[in-house]
Design a protein around this ligand. Structure first.
Ligand SMILES: [Fe+2]
Length: 217
């Protein structure tokens, strides 16, 4: 769970500069960046939905959880949902037009998402995750991971795999690898770093043949 949280903060934090870096009218770039943000939005929404359905009903009356914590985390959820709504409102029009006013609104919405996301994921890691081993079986917890995996849009799976490996860092690398299905683990072991460089360069617009580096027509 911690690795997935790191993926969200890593990618949303990087996305603010990515969005601000798209020039007015550069629709080739806005499409790439908007699609990435669309995928992240789907993943984060599903992450919270799965927790709401599978985790909170089991914990809400737990004496180890203080009512103030529940209230605070629900408020954070709402702030995250509001910021994601603001992102969704702007995304389709900015994707196709790369209008600079929409770009600024989008970047501001992403900026507004980050503090709520940091606070929420931090609370979850500090107060909720330590309770999990005594209250959920490994099989029950695996359902959450499976839902998270299934929510990643197909076209974004390679990118997210590389991003997840980076988010794991050295301290969570073994956990990250251990949770991958066998064939994916083999692929990552053989080509993970290269994969990360390539998919990241495409998103950043620095890959060979990507819109930013292509020779002018
Ligand atoms: Fe979570």
């Amino acid at each position: 769970m911690v690795v997935v949280h790191r993926l969200f903060t890593q990618e949303y934090r990087a996305s603010v500069a990515l969005v601000r870096g798209v020039a007015a009218g550069d629709t080739a770039r806005s499409a790439v960046v908007a699609d990435h943000l669309g995928a992240l939005g789907i993943m984060l929404t599903e992450h919270h939905l799965a927790e709401d359905e599978l985790v909170w009903p089991r914990l809400k009356d737990d004496p180890a959880i203080e009512p103030a914590l529940t209230v605070r985390m629900e408020e954070q959820h709402e702030r995250i949902a509001d910021a994601l709504d603001r992102v969704r409102q702007v995304l389709p029009a900015w994707r196709t037009g790369a209008d600079p006013a929409l770009r600024n609104r989008l970047a501001d919405a992403l900026d507004g998402l980050l503090p709520a996301l940091d606070a929420h994921l931090g609370d979850e890691e500090k107060h909720i995750l330590p309770l999990v081993p005594g209250r959920f079986t490994a099989e029950e917890w695996a359902v959450l991971s499976e839902r998270g995996r299934a929510a990643v849009p197909k076209a974004h799976r390679l990118y997210m795999l590389g991003a997840l490996g980076e988010a794991a860092g050295p301290d969570r690398y073994a956990e990250f690898l251990g949770r991958l299905p066998g064939p994916v683990r083999l692929l990552y072991r053989a080509a993970g770093r290269r994969l990360r460089r390539r998919t990241r360069a495409r998103l950043d617009g620095t890959a060979k043949g990507s819109p930013r580096t292509a020779a002018p027509a």
